[in-house]
Ligand binder design. Structure first.
Ligand code: NAD
Ligand code: UDX
Length: 463
């Protein structure tokens, strides 16, 4: 029976996932380790509201388990040495150099973990891939671990994570399924069972699915590709709706009631963001190409092409509507996170829309309830479109939406935060330049109510 778990990587997946395992399994000691000292000290902050990741419900789970059987540490070697089971939950970003640049997953952090586990381990371990990995990565990890020559036995499992940010705790408490891939050998099956036993502390057995390693690895990429494809499909239709007078919300509702299609993931938007969808589809495309499956690769690449188009066309529409120039005009951004209820901004559509508007010399005033100013500047600087000074000059970060919108020519809604719906929109209107425009990239505001106040309102996918 597993008594001691180590998780390498205290990020958006490692942190919440391990906090829930620790809360649900008080008999298991769970240590989450990371090289990033700042992140670990934030996880250990006395005030549980200062943990580095904002997720509804997470601080309560951490408050219950931390110090009891949940620990955050930078002592990676020690935690590996003590553990019976090691989760690898490090980042696997798109490669920014060399072969596969811009497409393939960068596996250097994974390989470093495998080498460190190989170097430190003195007792047998089960190594669990929690990170999203290209199909057949387990083989590479296995090769590294099996060549340690110190007689330690390793079993490698694939256990991809399906949580979505903003609902991570809900998703972890009641997952649609838990997927565990392992070897068909007796030892492999024993390792699978050890992980099944952990999840079975709170997940019904019929929701714990076991497969071979390769199916498990590929299922994760496939799930994200299917989800992203639905968003791109409805976004493709949103442009046609705008031309024809159909309303994309009505179309989504009508098709979503078909039980074969289903109603989820049909919300038209300014484009999907987040650290996973684009990265995982690019990875899928790269893998397909590497096997010479060009039609398969092209098919999935189209999901990304459509998403880029959606972000760009949102910015273009703002410029066109504001009489073909935004130079010197103030545009208020409501929201910067890639979706509501998270402080994560990775690949957020807001970044790309801002970048396009800054290139047209607009001034942007951002308000997001959970994103800090430093992060916003970091996101723009990361694109390297212009100097840091220029980004600093072009973007102000406001402490309230009311401030952001004061004297603005237009408002762009980039994140669907619930609080935006509760604002005093009359007050916002009164303090704006006229005509006052709202570009609702999330279709969350009440068009009729805003038009009654005097706003010129444009949503996505309707006239
Ligand atoms: P993240 O960047 O938030 O966290 C990764 C952490 O790993 C970082 O804090 C980093 O410092 C640490 N790290 C990297 N190399 C290390 C090493 N050698 N030793 C110790 N620490 C190391 O990333 P994330 O969002 O948590 O994603 C992790 C993985 O999970 C990725 O493969 C991602 O695709 C996958 N995933 C993410 C989500 C999500 O919603 N974010 C959902 C499902 C799966
Ligand atoms: C996704 C997957 O949902 C999750 O299973 C996986 O583990 C990680 O990747 P995440 O990126 O956190 O999760 O959030 P998700 O809810 O999938 O949203 C991704 C993006 O798509 C967001 O920008 C969201 O606003 C957008 N989206 C989602 C839409 O534009 N319309 C929709 O109908 C749904």
């Amino acid at each position: 029976m597993i008594k001691n778990i180590c998780c390498i990587g205290a990020g958006y997946v490692g942190g919440p996932t391990m906090a829930v395992i620790a809360q649900k399994c008080p008999h298991i000691k769970v240590t989450v380790v990371d090289l990033n000292e700042k992140r670990i000290s934030a996880w250990n902050d006395k005030d549980v509201n200062n943990i580095p990741i904002y997720e509804p419900g997470l601080s309560n789970v951490v408050a219950e388990a931390r110090g009891r059987n949940l620990f955050f540490s930078t002592e990676v070697d020690k935690a590996i040495d003590e553990a019976d089971m090691i989760f690898i939950s490090v980042n696997t970003p798109t490669k920014t150099y060399g072969v596969g640049k811009g497409m393939a997953a960068d596996l250097k952090y994974i390989e470093l973990c495998a080498r460190q586990i190989a170097r430190v381990s003195k007792t047998d371990k089960i190594v669990v891939e929690k990170s999203t990995l290209p199909v057949r990565t387990a083989q590479a990890i296995k090769d590294i671990l099996e060549h340690t020559g110190n007689g330690v036995n390793f079993q490698i499992l694939s256990n991809p994570e399906f949580l979505a940010e903003g609902t991570a705790i809900e998703d972890l408490f009641a997952p649609d399924r838990v997927l565990i891939g392992g070897d068909v050998t007796l030892e492999g099956q024993k390792a699978i069972q050890a992980l099944v036993d952990i999840y079975a502390n709170w997940v019904p057995k019929d929701r714990i699915l076991t497969t071979n390693v390769w199916s498990s690895e590929l299922s994760k990429l496939t799930a994200n590709a299917f989800l992203a494809q639905r968003v791109s499909s409805i976004n493709a239709l949103s442009e046609l709706c705008e031309k024809t007078g159909a309303d994309v919300n009505e179309v989504a509702r009508a098709i979503g009631m078909d039980s074969r299609i289903g109603s989820k993931f049909l919300k038209s938007s300014v484009g999907f963001g987040g650290s996973c969808f684009q990265k995982d589809i690019l990875n899928l495309v790269y893998i397909a190409k590497s096997y010479g499956l060009n039609e398969v690769a092209d098919y999935w690449e189209q999901v990304i092409i459509m998403n880029d188009h959606q972000k760009r066309r949102f910015a273009k529409n703002i410029i066109k509507t504001l009489y073909n120039t935004v130079s010197g005009k103030k545009i208020a951004f409501l929201g910067w996170a890639f979706k509501k209820d998270t402080n994560d901004t990775r690949e957020s559509a807001a970044i790309y829309v801002a970048d396009d508007l800054l290139s047209e010399q607009a001034t942007i005033a951002v308000f997001d309830p959970k994103v800090e100013e430093d992060q916003i500047q970091f996101d723009l600087n990361y694109l390297e479109t212009r100097s840091e000074e220029a980004n600093n000059k072009g973007v102000q970060v406001a402490s309230s939406a009311y401030d952001a919108c004061k004297n603005a020519h237009a408002i762009a809604v980039l994140t669907e935060w619930d609080e935006f719906k509760t604002y005093d929109w009359q007050k916002i209107y009164d303090n704006m330049l006229k005509p006052a425009f709202v570009f609702d990239g999330r279709n969350i505001l009440d068009k009729q109510a805003l038009e009654k106040i005097g706003f010129v309102y444009q949503g996505i996918g309707s006239r």
